[in-house]
Design a protein around this ligand. Sequence first.
Ligand SMILES: C[S@@+](CC[C@H](N)C(=O)[O-])C[C@H]1O[C@@H](n2cnc3c(N)ncnc32)[C@H](O)[C@@H]1O
Length: 628
Amino acid sequence: MTDALQIMISESKSSVLDKEHNQGSKIPQIASEMIFHIVTAYKAHNCYPLLNQNNISNSKEITFQAFPVVKRDGGLAVSNLPEKGRCLLTTKNFYPGEVILRQEPYVCVPNNTVSRCDGCFASESLKKCSACQVVLYCGSTCQKSEWKLHRLECIALSRLEKEKRKAVTPSIRLMVRLFLRRKLQNEMFIPASVTDSCNFVEALVSHLKDLDEKQLVLYAQMASLVHLILQWPEINLKEIAENFSKLACNAHTICDCELRPLGTGLYPIVSIINHSCLPNAVLIFEGKSSVVRAVEHIPEGAEVSIAYIDIAGSTMTRQKTLKEQYFFTCTCPRCIKAGQYNDIQESAILEGYRCKDDRCNGFLLRDSEDKGFICQTCGLLRSKEEVKRIVSEITAISDKELKSTSPGSILFNGYMDHEEAISQYKMIEKLQMELCHPFSISLMRTREELLKILMEVGDWREALAYCRLTIPGYQRMYPELHPLLGLQYYTCGKIEWTVFGVFKILRGHVVMYCFSYAPHAHVQTKEKHFKEYSHTFLRNMFFGATLLEFRQIGLVAVAVVTGTVALNCCYLCCRLLGYTEDAIKSLTRAIDILRITHGTNSPFMKELMMKLDEAHAEASYNLSSKDE
Ligand SMILES: C[S@@+](CC[C@H](N)C(=O)[O-])C[C@H]1O[C@@H](n2cnc3c(N)ncnc32)[C@H](O)[C@@H]1O
C-alpha cells in the first residue's frame, strides 16, 4: 500500500511539475487534486505517513525517546498523554513570574501588514535586499545576522519572475526557510542541537487527516509555489502541504510587548505545550525570542499550559475556535463546566442580550415558547423581533460602504477618515448598549476600537473615558494575572499621565483652553496658536506653579493659580486635577500583573516602572506645594 501511494505521489508530482512549467495558471488546481487524492488514499487505508502523536513510536526516523527530556536541569520533560499527544511537564516547582522556557525561533518571518526588517522586525529605515528585492533590512547588522539563511533564500527568490515574487507571502517564506534551514543543518552550515534541529519539526502534529477539502486545496496551491521557488526534486508537494498544516497548528504569532503582532515563528519546544483556557503559563516575546513564564505556582510533575486563543469568549465560542483551528475538544477546568448553570449564565452575559429594563442587570435566556428572551432576574420578555431589528441596524452600519475607492485615502480600518470612523463606531456602541448585556464582548470590542482611534487622533480625554469603560469587562473576562488585563491598566495609566490642560492667565485667573497633550505631537486645542509645546516645557510649567482651585464648565475650565512662574508666563500647563493619583493607581496595577507575565528586565517594563516613579515624584511634589 505504501508503494502504491508512493507511485501515486510521484506520478502526481511529475504531472504537477510538467504543468507548472507549461501552464502556470493550472498548477493550483492540479496540485490540489493531487493532495486530495493522496489524503483520501491515506484515509482509506487508515495510514498517515509522517509522525504524529498516534504513530510516533512506530517511526523509524525519529522516536519520542530520542528527546524525552528538554531541559533536565531546567526542570522540564516531554511526555505523552493519550488524549493530548506530547506535553511539557515540570520536574521542579515553578513560581509566578519565573521563566519556564526561553527559545529562539527555528525559523521566523515578519508579517506584511507593515514593512519590517527581517532581522529585528523594526519598521523604520528599511532597504530592500538588492538581489531578490523581496526581503527588507534596517541596516547591515541585521542583514549580516540573517545572511546564512537568506543567501539561499535570495538565490531562490531571485529566480522567480517579478510577478510571482509578489505572491511570496510570509507563510510561503516561512515554509521556504523551514526547508532551507533543514538543508543547512544537514550540511552542517548551521549547527544543530537536541532542541534546535529538524527532528523537532518532523515530530510536530499536522492534523492533515482533519483538514477539509478547501484547506487541502489551499495548502496544495501554496505547496506548488514553494516547490517552484525551491526547485528541489527531492521534496514532494505532499511533504510541503503537510508542513503547512503543521505550521498552522504549531507556529506562533510573534508579538511586541504590547501584544501587537509582528510576525510568525516556529519554536519547536514551545510547540509541545498544550492549551488550557485557564493556563498556568503565558507566552511572551522579547524581540524574536519566546519566553514562557509561570503565572501561578506550577508544582513538580504538572503539565505546563498556555492559551492558544483569546480566552475571553464563552465556552461554546472557545471550543468552536479550538476545534476549527487545532482539532481538539478542550477539557480544561473551564471547559468541563460546559452546560452547567454558571457556564450558561456566563455565556449569556458575554454574548447575550440585556434586560429591557435599563435598571436591571439580569441576563437573558431563550424562552421555552421561542418568543424571545426572558430576563432571569425580573422575568421581562425581550421579543425576537426587537432583537432582530437592532441586530440588523448594527449590521447595516458595520457593512456600510465606507471604504474609499482610492486606497491611498484609507486612513483608519478602511474608513475614509478618523472622524467618520469614530462616528460609525459610536452609533454601533449606542445600539449595542441597547441590545447587549453591559459586560458583552462585542460592546467591549467596539469600545476598544474607539479607544484605538481616539488615541490615534490624540483625543486623550475621550480615549481615557473609553479605556476606563473597558476595564470592568477585562477584569471579568480574564484571569487576574493575564497580560491583556495588565496592558489595559497600562494604557489607562499612560493616558492619565498624558492628559494635560493648557491654561491662559487672565489676571490671576486662568482659563483652560484644552484638555489634551500628545507628547511629540501638537497640543490639541480650540485655539490653534497653542500648538507645539514641547514636553519639557509643559513639565517645567507644571512644576513652577501651584494650582489653588479648579472648576470645569463644559470644555472650559477656570483655575486659580499662585506662583511667580505662572505670572511671568502667558500660559500655564497642568496635569488635570487628580489624574496623577489615578495614573499611579493604574500604573501600579499594570506593573503588578506585567512583572509576572513580562518579567522586569525588558526596556518596556523598565520604562513603565520609570513612569510610575515619575508619577510618585509628581504626587509628592503636589502634596508638598499644597502644604506650603
Ligand atoms: C502545538 S501542538 C501541542 C503539542 C502536541 N500535543 C504534540 O503532540 O505535538 C497543538 C496540538 O496539540 C493537541 N492539543 C493541544 N492542547 C490540547 C488539549 N488541551 N487537549 C487535547 N489536545 C490538545 C491538539 O492536537 C493540537 O492541535
